[in-house]
Ligand binder design. Structure first.
Ligand SMILES: CC(C)=CCC/C(C)=C/COP(=O)(O)O
Length: 275
């Protein structure tokens, strides 16, 4: 099979192809022979259609280190946990590709791509930061200002933490993603975790705890969180595990926001110290 690196350099939306030269893990291998425990749908897909084969090649998680030959679990003889992880990640990539039905206009659900992009904007950092800053500025009650200030801090914390994890893990976005997002940081060429999912989960919890009390609106908030996550996979931006982990991370980030909660007294103390 021709090298995906040479043949298809920009296929993953501008993400660098992580190969053996930098000695980093890639996430999963559909190029290596699957062992008998592999799900039947994956076995069936081995070497089937050329597009899938090319995609598989560009998604290879095989740890191609040193000589480039894969050993151990690559041949199904490695530690069972490595095989289990490989299988799990193979299922993740397979499922994500199946669900990436809005990855481009001519995908099977390409007509709903604009709607998915609307959901993308609704969970983007810029509208959230700008909206929170505006509400903070407009709020005339101390309680309102306190809530908005903490939401703002939470959003900044989210950007920092997601940036760190993305930079450390450096998982490539799915090969079928078209990198046409607006206003991204350089780490956003990586996909793990989904920043939209962390933000949606954290803001969702924040809204439910501090701002949205009416039951129908609370349901809408939960629906929005779920749809933002689903849209990341449908747009082809993320694999399912990026979004699942993102939800978990955002959920935990809210706990951190509560722990670090800036009360008016804390603020006065901080301002008093700096004056
Ligand atoms: C420029 C600012 C303020 C935020 C960037 C928001 C962004 C584009 C995050 C990437 O999200 P995914 O990881 O879900 O693709």
């Amino acid at each position: 099979m021709p090298s995906p690196k040479a043949k298809n350099p920009g296929r993953s939306g501008g993400s660098p192809v992580l190969g053996s030269s930098n000695g980093r893990y890639e996430f999963m291998s559909l190029t290596k022979p699957l062992n008998r425990s592999s799900p039947p749908h994956l076995l069936q897909r081995q070497g089937s259609d050329p597009t899938t084969a090319r995609l598989r090649a560009s998604e290879s998680p095989t740890r191609r280190r040193g000589s480039g030959s894969s050993t151990g679990s690559a041949s199904g003889q490695g530690p069972p946990e490595e095989d289990a992880l490989s299988s799990l990640l193979a299922i993740d990539l397979w499922l994500s590709k199946q669900l990436g039905v809005c990855a481009c206009e001519d995908s099977s659900w390409g007509s709903v791509r604009p709607l998915m992009k609307l959901l993308e904007i609704s969970g983007h950092g810029i509208p959230w930061l700008a909206g929170t800053a505006y509400c903070l500025y407009k709020s005339d009650s101390a309680a309102g200002q306190e809530v908005m200030l903490n939401l703002f801090m939470g959003l900044l914390l989210d950007l920092i933490l997601v940036g760190i994890v993305k930079a450390v893990v450096r998982r490539r976005r799915p090969a079928h993603n078209r990198m046409d997002m607006f206003a991204t940081f350089s780490v956003d060429r990586y996909s793990f975790p989904s920043g939209h999912a962390t933000r949606a989960a954290m803001c969702g919890r924040f809204l439910l705890a501090h701002l949205v009390l009416a039951a129908p609106l609370r349901v809408l908030v939960l629906l929005w969180v779920g749809l933002v996550g689903l849209s990341r996979v449908m747009l082809g931006r993320h694999n399912v595990t990026d979004v699942m982990f993102g939800f978990w991370m955002g959920y935990c980030q809210y706990n951190l926001v509560e722990m670090l909660w800036l009360s008016p007294q804390t603020l006065q103390g901080l301002l008093g110290q700096s004056a």
